[in-house]
Unconditional design. Structure first.
Length: 652
C-alpha cells in the first residue's frame, strides 16, 4: 500500500518555509538512517514508532505561561475591573498593531492574543491572521477550581487494574467500530495521566480533566461490549452490573464534559464527545446521540480540524489523528442524514483528506487492512453520494457507484470469496467485512426504496410499470442478500457485540421494506421469490426476539414487524416458512412441492429455537398503522417511507 507524503500535499512544503528541503525525519536524522521521506517513513514503521515520525521542527512555547493568565473579568492591579469584551479587544488591538513588541508591564495579566480572538468568537479570521494561532492554546494547561460534583466525577474511574482491563477491551472490541483512537499514542498518554493524576496542579488542568473524561468514555463504551468472562469478573470485583457500571462512567463523563469551557480541551475533548455519542447510539438513544455528535463536530471545528491545515508546531501524526475523527464523524453524519432524514451537521464541500492507512498497517504483513481501512472505505462512499446528490441527484450514477464500490473492496473485505486467512490473527476483519457489506446493501436499498413502494395507479403507463417491476426484482434480490449478511453479522456479534447499532437496525429496516412490498403486491404478481421473502422477514423477527434484554431497540422493532406481518396476505406455505424462520433463524423447505430455501446466514454458532407465533401478537392487529407507537425510533425512522396509507382501507 502506497504511503502518502508526510505533509499530505508536497514532500518538501514544510521545509521550503525554512529555505531548505527535508532530507530525513527527525528520528532518522538522530539515528543517522537513510529516510525514504514518506510519512510514516520506512525506518519508523519498522521500529514501530510511526507516531514519532516527524519532519518538522518544534516551535518554542508562546510567550507567557498559563499560570500568569488572569480571567478577564477579575480585578486588575491598580483598582477597578475590566469587562470581558474590553479586555479582549485591548489585547487583540495591541497585538495586531505591534506584533513584534511586548504588551508592556501588564501584558502578563491579559490573555494571549490568540485566546482572546477565539473568546470573542472568531475562528481562523483573516482580520487577525497575524495574532491567531491554529494550535491549542496554553490556556488548556491552566488549573480550574473543581466543585464537589466535578471532583467526585474525576474520582469515578475504578482502580488501575480494572481500568486497564476496560481500556484493553476497548481497543480489542470497540475502537475498530469507528477507529478514532491510535492505541500506541493513546497508551503513552494514558500512562502519563496515571503517573501524574495525584499532582494537584496537573489533575485540575483542562487537559487532564479532558483526558479523565475521555477515559471515562472509553470505560463506558467498553463495558457495553464485554465477553462473558470479563463481564463476570468485573461485576464480581466491582460489585455492580456491567450496565450499571457503564451508566455510571457515562454520567461521570457528562459531568466533566459539561464543566469543560466551550472550545477547550482540543482534540481530546472532541474525541470524548464522539465516544459519548457512540455510547448513546449503542443504548438506542438516537436523538441524543445526534446532538452529541453535533457537539463533537462543533468542537472539531473550533480547533480547525475541518480546515485540514498543518500549521507550524503541529506534527503530521497529530494531523492524522484529527483526520481520523473527522472521517468517522463525517461518515456518521451522512448516514444519519440519509437514513433518519436529519439535517446534515457538516456542510457540503468536505476538503479534509482521509487518514493514513500506513500508520496502523502491519510491518510484517502489509496486506492486512489497517484498523481504519473500513471506516475510510465507508467515508469514500458517503462523500461520493453526498456530492452526487448535491450536484445532479442522479439515481443511476449513485446506484452504479455503490455497486462498483462494493465490487472494488479489498480482498479481505470483498463480497464474493473474501480472503479470510487473517481472520484468526485479526478478529476485527470479520466484523468490518460484514459491516461494509451491510453498508453497501443498505445503501442500495435506500436508493431503491422510493422506486418500489409507491402504489401503482391509473396514471402509470406501461413503460413506468415495466421500470417499477424491474426495480422491485432488483430490490428483492438486494434485500435477500442484505438479510443473509444481517444474519451472519448477528451470529458473529451475539451476545458480546449485540449493542452495535447495525446488528439490530439493518434486519429490521430491511424486513420492513419487504413487508411493504408484499402489502403493495395485492395481486401477488409483482414480488418474486415470495417464499424466500417470507423467510427473510421471519429471520428479522428471530433476530429481534433474540436481542431482547440486551438492547432497547428490539422491543420496538419486533412490535412493528409483528404488526406488519399480521396484515400480510400469505399462503399457508409462506406463513409456515415465516414462522419457522422466526422460531429457528433458519429456513428449510416446507410443504409438498416447495423448493429448498437457502439458509439465511452461516453456521458460525448454534441458533437457539424460540417460541414464536403470530397469534401471540394479535393485540397489534387492530391498531391503525398511522397511530403506531415508534418508541425510541419516533422522529428518526421514516415510517411514512413505506407508503402504507392504503392498508387500513383494504384490511379489516
Amino acid at each position: 500500500m502506497r504511503r502518502t507524503d508526510y505533509d499530505g500535499n508536497s514532500a518538501n512544503a514544510a521545509k521550503r518555509r525554512r529555505g531548505r528541503t527535508a532530507t530525513a525525519c527527525i528520528e532518522c536524522q538522530r539515528r543517522k538512517k537513510k529516510c525514504d521521506r514518506q510519512w510514516p517513513c520506512n525506518h519508523c514503521q519498522d521500529r514501530r514508532i510511526a507516531r514519532l515520525c516527524d519532519f518538522g521542527v518544534k516551535l518554542a512555547q508562546p510567550r507567557g505561561t498559563s499560570s500568569t493568565i488572569t480571567p478577564p473579568n477579575q480585578s486588575r492591579p491598580g483598582g477597578g475591573t475590566t469587562s470581558t469584551a474590553t479586555t479582549l479587544t485591548t489585547t487583540i488591538t495591541a497585538a495586531a498593531t505591534n506584533t513584534s513588541s511586548t504588551l508592556g508591564d501588564d501584558s502578563t495579566l491579559l490573555p494571549d492574543a490568540s485566546s482572546a480572538v477565539h473568546a470573542l468568537g472568531y475562528v481562523n479570521s483573516d482580520m487577525f491572521t497575524s495574532v491567531m494561532s491554529s494550535q491549542q492554546s496554553t490556556d488548556d494547561e491552566r488549573t480550574l477550581e473543581l466543585p464537589p460534583p466535578v471532583l467526585q466525577a474525576t474520582r469515578t474511574l475504578p482502580p488501575r487494574p480494572y481500568t486497564d482491563i476496560l481500556v484493553q477491551n476497548f481497543f480489542d472490541k470497540v475502537n475498530y467500530h469507528y477507529g478514532i483512537l491510535h492505541q500506541p499514542s493513546f497508551m503513552a498518554t494514558y500512562t502519563t495521566w496515571w503517573s501524574r493524576r495525584l499532582e494537584r496542579r496537573y489533575s485540575r488542568s483542562i487537559s487532564a480533566i479532558a483526558m479523565a473524561c475521555l477515559l471515562l468514555r472509553i470505560c463506558a463504551n467498553s463495558a457495553q461490549f464485554l465477553s462473558s468472562d470479563t463481564k463476570s469478573q468485573l461485576e464480581s470485583d466491582l460489585g455492580d452490573s456491567a450496565d450499571s457500571i457503564s451508566n455510571l462512567y457515562h454520567a461521570a463523563a457528562d459531568v466533566l464534559s459539561d464543566f469543560l469551557p466551550a472550545g477547550s480541551g482540543g482534540l481530546v475533548n472532541a474525541q470524548q464527545l464522539f465516544l459519548g455519542a457512540t455510547w448513546l447510539k449503542a443504548e438506542a438513544e438516537f436523538a441524543k446521540a445526534w446532538h452529541e455528535l453535533a457537539s463533537c463536530v462543533r468542537q472539531a471545528q473550533e480547533i480547525c480540524i475541518h480546515l485540514d491545515d498543518l500549521p507550524d508546531g503541529m506534527t503530521v501524526f497529530e494531523r492524522d489523528l484529527r483526520r481520523r475523527l473527522w472521517c468517522a464523524a463525517y461518515t456518521w453524519d451522512k448516514f444519519m442524514a440519509v437514513t433518519f432524514h436529519r439535517p446534515p451537521i457538516i456542510q457540503a464541500g468536505n476538503s479534509v483528506q482521509l487518514p493514513s492507512q500506513s500508520l496502523d498497517s502491519s510491518p510484517t504483513n502489509p496486506e492486512i487492512p489497517s484498523a481504519t481501512a473500513a471506516k475510510t472505505l465507508e467515508n469514500q462512499l458517503a462523500r461520493h453520494l453526498a456530492e452526487t446528490e448535491r450536484s445532479s441527484n442522479s439515481y443511476a450514477d449513485m446506484m452504479t457507484f455503490t455497486e462498483d464500490w462494493m465490487m472494488s473492496l479489498p480482498p479481505a473485505f470483498r463480497i464474493d470469496k473474501s480472503d479470510t486467512r487473517w481472520d484468526m490473527e485479526c478478529p476485527r476483519l470479520a466484523f468490518q467485512r460484514l459491516q461494509l457489506h451491510s453498508v453497501g446493501y443498505m445503501t442500495q436499498l435506500l436508493l431503491l426504496r422510493p422506486k418500489v413502494v409507491s402504489k401503482v395507479d391509473a396514471t402509470f403507463d406501461e413503460e413506468l410499470r415495466v421500470e417499477r417491476s424491474r426495480s422491485i426484482h432488483h430490490a428483492v434480490d438486494v434485500s435477500l442478500k442484505a438479510m443473509a449478511v444481517s444474519k451472519e453479522f448477528f451470529d458473529l456479534c451475539f451476545p458480546q457485540e449485540a449493542k452495535y447499532f447495525m446488528v439490530s437496525f439493518c434486519p429490521f429496516d430491511n424486513a420492513a421494506l419487504l413487508c411493504s412490498l408484499l402489502l403493495h403486491d395485492t395481486g401477488r404478481a409483482n414480488v418474486p421469490r415470495r417464499l424466500e421473502v417470507a423467510a427473510a422477514i421471519g429471520t428479522a423477527l428471530h433476530i429481534a426476539h433474540r436481542l431482547r434484554g440486551l438492547t432497547k431497540m428490539p422491543d420496538v422493532t419486533s412490535s412493528i414487524l409483528t404488526l406488519l406481518v399480521s396484515h400480510l396476505n400469505l399462503q399457508p406455505t409462506e406463513k409456515e416458512m415465516l414462522n419457522e424462520a422466526a422460531r429457528t433463524g433458519e429456513a428449510h423447505a416446507v410443504g409438498a412441492g416447495s423448493r429448498q430455501i437457502e439458509h439465511l446466514g452461516t453456521d458460525r454458532q448454534p441458533t437457539n429455537s424460540i417460541d414464536f407465533d403470530l397469534s401471540d401478537a394479535s393485540i397489534a392487529v387492530g391498531d391503525e398503522f398511522q397511530e403506531i407507537d415508534l418508541g425510541i425510533l419516533d422522529g428518526l425512522w421514516d415510517w411514512q417511507s413505506l407508503q402504507l396509507d392504503f392498508v387500513g382501507d383494504n384490511i379489516g
